[in-house]
Design a protein around this ligand. Structure first.
Ligand SMILES: [Zn+2]
Length: 140
């Protein structure tokens, strides 16, 4: 994808280390009775800046503390999308369950952390963002 593209939900736009973990995550959640949708993998710098503006210079809740290039979602390898994070939401009856009190979030979090991912829904996360699962290794 090029820098002007919309956000991706393709697992193939994840970092090569994260792709097998994303597949394992979806499979293990399904085994636990939780249907998950990975709704964002890679984001362009332009889209990251648009998201950063939300809740600051534009209306809406703040959803990120990262500007273009600062988010794990913006990571590239040799110019190719290689996001170091994905965002996922539990689905019930085909509908996303955004309410963080829904019990399925805790199941997802446990499974993601069991795979060695950093889950930003964890109470210890510096910026809580329940859908966000990120490769644990340093990247900058
Ligand atoms: Zn995210």
């Amino acid at each position: 994808m090029d820098a002007s593209s919309m956000a991706s939900r393709l697992v193939t736009d994840l970092h090569p280390d994260l792709q097998p973990l994303a597949h394992a995550f979806v499979r293990q959640c399904a085994d636990a009775g939780v249907d998950v949708l990975i709704y964002c993998t890679w984001r362009s710098g332009a889209e990251q800046d648009a998201l950063y503006a939300q809740g600051r210079s534009k209306p809406g809740p703040r959803v990120t503390n990262a500007r273009a290039g600062q988010s794990a979602h913006n990571f590239t390898i040799q110019g190719k999308a290689a996001s170091r994070a994905f965002d996922a939401v539990p689905m019930v009856g085909g509908k996303p369950q955004w309410d963080a009190r829904h019990a399925h979030w805790q199941v997802m979090g446990r499974i993601g952390e069991g795979l060695g991912l950093n889950w930003y829904g964890n109470p210890k996360a510096k910026f809580r963002e329940f859908p966000h699962f990120e490769l644990a290794k340093g990247w900058q």
